[in-house]
Design a protein around this ligand. Sequence first.
Ligand SMILES: Nc1nc2c(c(=O)[nH]1)N[C@H]1C(S)=C(S)[C@@H](COP(=O)(O)O)O[C@H]1N2
Ligand SMILES: [Mo]
Length: 196
Amino acid sequence: MEKQLPPGQFETEKWPILHEGDVYEFDEATWDFRLFGEVKNETSLSFAEVMKLPKTISTIDMHCVTRWSKFATTFEGIAMRELVNLVELNEGVKYVKIYGYYNGDRFGYSANLPLEALLGNDALFVYRWKDQHHEWQDISPKHGYPLRFIPPASFYLWKGAKWASGIRFMKEDEAGFWEEFGYSMTANPFKEERYR
Ligand SMILES: Nc1nc2c(c(=O)[nH]1)N[C@H]1C(S)=C(S)[C@@H](COP(=O)(O)O)O[C@H]1N2
Ligand SMILES: [Mo]
């Protein structure tokens, strides 16, 4: 895979840790993953049900708006499209909001994204990773265990909710956690879309 450093970024080989609030402590008994919003059949999955979905392995570059970029981390996870396949979308759904835990609130963190850009192998709800310096290992609690969204490299990494808890399907775009504070709705690192 060819390394492409977006403008204003520097490369790091380490995987830094950045988030607001507490690290979520996984409890399988109370955990579920919700698919809701503009769908005909809202549903939720247990962790065991999520883990039975088809798996995808992809190598993805990460670009953080705080200017570090980490190339070529290999992730194992569930592709966004496998979850989309479980619901019947209402006509005109174009956006999703992906939720994650924030200080115990399962919908406290969120990021908005255009659904069309998330249907490939590079939009994954991940639970395992490796890179050139690390063997396969679980996503650590600080990086989002048990399930963490990794967006395609064409989005800054704040679009990647840790401790992912659900997807809301939407007809109109709607700001998420950082977008409410003035960060970009579209967040393309190669166009340096940091703020709006
Ligand atoms: N639930 C949750 N997910 C989150 C955040 C957060 O505060 N809460 N921070 C985001 C931001 S701003 C960044 S840069 C990345 C950092 O991911 P990393 O710590 O795994 O490198 O997580 C994103 N996902
Ligand atoms: Mo960030």
